[in-house]
Design a protein around this ligand. Structure first.
Ligand SMILES: [Zn+2]
Length: 278
């Protein structure tokens, strides 16, 4: 069976000591196929380094995605924060284009005591402006990828992410299964529990490769608390095997970015589990 699911780390490999933008060769030699470059605390990478990343990724067959800044909020109550969020996303899209990132991942925002429906309306208005700005800036190759979020105060349950992506060009989802699990306070406990996620996606979007995040996760009443390693699967869910079995059964093409504290090392364990199942 063809390998439809590929794996890679969120951020530099643990034992890699060089610059992140030069890491594709190391990642390839480890046996992984993708890499999510982290700009979580601001887009600081320059065009020269980003172009090296693109070249190294092409040479080593590594699929690149980028994680944008954490402080983006499309539906802020504060107009200035919305404007800043748009500029962060523009900066991300530019850097993403330089590095050849096939997705620009970001967390859409916070409800801040408003009805989710109202927050959605504001986010959509912001995205209209964002897409106009991208055109003005001449950015052509970009796909924004809003992520399913882990806290119940955040915009980003699965139907909101699917709604955002079905409403705009240049938008495809990032499905963070740990966040869905934490938000639902322990939702994903069997292979079948993933069906409702996949049917929501399939009914509304046409996706070639599903971009995913995975980690084991600790949660409380408000949702996400902390990411854990794969060897803590007995204590914290979800179980990667359930997800992989479902992806295989449904023939999904997916890229799973490992967000455990063990990044690349756990990504390799996930890959081994996958290979034992196909
Ligand atoms: Zn994530």
């Amino acid at each position: 069976m063809k390998k439809q699911v590929i794996f890679g780390p969120a951020g530099k490999p643990l034992k890699y000591k060089g610059e992140g933008y030069k890491s594709p060769e190391f990642i390839h030699n480890e046996g992984l196929d993708s890499f999510e470059y982290q700009c979580s605390y601001g887009v600081r990478i320059k065009e020269k380094s980003a172009s090296i990343l693109k070249k190294e990724a092409d040479k080593n067959n590594i699929l690149i995605s980028m994680h944008g800044p954490y402080y983006i909020n499309l539906c802020s109550k504060d107009k200035e924060k919305i404007d800043k969020s748009i500029e962060h996303l523009i900066k991300s899209a530019k850097a993403g284009e330089w590095m050849g990132a096939y997705r620009i991942v970001f967390h859409p925002g916070f409800y801040t005591n408003r009805k989710p429906k109202k927050a959605m309306e504001i986010s959509k208005n912001t995205i209209n402006t964002l897409l106009e700005r991208c055109e003005e800036e001449g950015i052509e190759n970009f796909i924004f990828s809003p992520e399913t979020t882990g806290k119940r105060t955040q915009q980003g349950n699965i139907s909101e992410i699917v709604e955002l992506c079905s409403s705009f060009e240049h938008f495809e989802p990032t499905i963070d299964f740990a966040h869905i699990h934490a938000r639902g306070r322990g939702l994903l406990n069997s292979k079948e529990d993933y069906n409702c996620i996949f049917s929501t996606i399939e009914d509304n979007l046409n996706i070639n490769r599903l971009h995913c995040h995975f980690t084991t996760i600790e949660y409380g009443d408000g949702g996400e608390i902390k990411h854990h390693t794969l060897d803590e699967t007995d204590k914290y869910g979800p179980n990667i095997k359930d997800l992989l079995e479902n992806l295989i059964d449904n023939g999904w093409k997916a890229n799973i970015i490992c967000e455990t504290p063990q990044r690349d090392e756990d990504a390799l364990i996930m890959k081994k589990i996958y290979e034992s199942l196909i």
